[in-house]
Design a protein around this ligand. Structure first.
Ligand code: HEC
Ligand code: HEC
Ligand code: HEC
Ligand code: HEC
Length: 257
């Protein structure tokens, strides 16, 4: 009891730091005060005077302009559009949720970690061969939109699947050249010589190949394509693939999930 009263006394008599006083300024000159506290742009932990804890998860100076550098964010957004990242990922609240939600991940990860995934992608994440500036700006876009999206994702979280059960017809007939990421089965196919077909039936997949014949990939146009790609794109490098009706059903089904 005594110690509790004592603590309370100390608490009342020692002027507590106002909630907004950042411990960062014990070691650093403040700047950009108008935009907000240090953590708005740098994250980190402002409540401690221990450097390592203060700096943990910090956004370093190289990326800390992700709120104020509108030009970089805009260019990053263009890259994301042009590369059709949203056929696999959600970013700025839009996209397919078959790969990690980038609004969530960009709030959890440092800029350096995000950049590493872009420049050294693993597994079903395609290699876009981005140069340094392009990848930096893309990361700034992700940090910017992640920060403004405050947990709005309503879709189920991304999980890594282990493919089991019946052998996939896609794996068999298409997987030597293509890859496909699905929510139910995870990644199928292992080829890198043809486009990664993830998100094919959604609005986020590019449609140049089938224009003007159709404005979006669907079962019908896909089966027509597979039967004879050159009827749709005369110079296509994909050979015709013969499928049974069962295979047609199973393969088109893979694109629905
Ligand atoms: C509006 C975003 C923003 C806010 C808020 C902000 N910073 Fe920065 N900080 C940056 C940027 C951008 C840089 C990169 C260099 C520059 O523009 O000054 C940076 C650089 C730094 C550096 C490295 C300086 C150097 O020259 O190596 C330190 C240290 C730093 N900030 C600490 C802080 C602290 C402490 C606070 C809170 C008082 C804070 N920052 C608030 C954006 C911000
Ligand atoms: C105990 C002192 C101390 C505290 C507290 C502290 N820092 Fe630092 N900070 C340093 C020192 C020293 C460096 C120089 C590089 C190093 O040792 O990591 C540094 C470097 C930095 C840099 C430049 C590194 C880079 O590459 O961008 C930034 C930005 C920064 N600190 C931001 C912050 C922010 C934001 C906080 C509060 C959340 C904070 N620091 C709290 C001591 C501190
Ligand atoms: C074909 C689907 C696909 C496309 C298209 C794609 N990604 Fe990915 N991405 C993935 C997968 C799968 C992972 C998870 C890889 C892993 O965990 O190793 C991933 C991981 C990432 C990560 C790391 C996320 C984390 O949790 O750390 C970032 C960042 C990322 N992608 C950004 C992008 C950007 C930016 C684009 C567009 C330029 C893009 N991706 C396009 C499938 C894709
Ligand atoms: C021998 C390798 C190979 C096989 C097997 C193959 N494809 Fe392809 N596919 C390609 C190539 C190469 C392209 C790029 C076509 C081009 O020249 O435009 C392509 C393109 C595509 C496209 C268009 C992608 C786009 O971005 O426009 C679709 C859709 C497609 N294939 C579906 C399939 C399906 C479904 C199967 C299995 C039934 C399959 N492919 C089997 C090599 C293959």
């Amino acid at each position: 009891m005594v110690s509790r009263t004592l603590l309370l006394l100390i608490f009342l008599t020692v002027p507590a730091f106002p909630a907004f006083a950042s411990m960062c300024i014990k070691c650093h000159e403040p700047h950009y005060e108008k935009t907000g506290s240090c953590s708005v742009c740098h994250r980190g932990n402002e409540e401690t005077s221990r450097k390592n804890i203060a700096h943990s998860g910090m956004i370093t100076k190289k990326y800390a302009d992700f709120i104020i550098n509108k030009k970089a964010v805009e260019r990053g957004g263009k890259t994301i559009e042009n590369a059709h990242c949203r056929r696999c990922h959600i970013t700025a609240g839009k996209g397919n949720n078959i790969a990690p939600d980038l609004d969530t991940e960009s709030r959890r990860k440092t800029a350096e970690t995000l950049k590493e995934k872009l420049t050294e992608p693993t597994d079903y994440m395609p290699d876009f061969r981005m140069n340094n500036t392009v990848s930096d700006e893309t990361v700034k876009y992700l940090l910017n939109s992640g920060g403004s999206m405050k947990n709005t994702s309503k879709t189920a979280p991304y999980v890594v699947f282990i493919t089991q059960g019946k052998k996939s017809a896609f794996e068999d007939k298409c997987g030597g050249c293509h890859r496909l990421l699905t929510r139910k089965r995870g990644g199928i196919g292992h080829g890198d010589t043809a486009p990664n077909l993830s998100g094919l039936f959604t609005e986020f997949y590019p449609t140049d190949t089938i224009k003007p014949e159709a404005d979006r990939w669907n079962r019908e146009i896909l089966l027509k394509w597979v039967k004879n790609p050159r009827r749709i794109k005369p110079a296509s490098l994909m050979p015709p693939v013969v499928l049974t009706e069962d295979e047609e059903n199973r393969i088109t089904e893979e694109f629905n999930n």
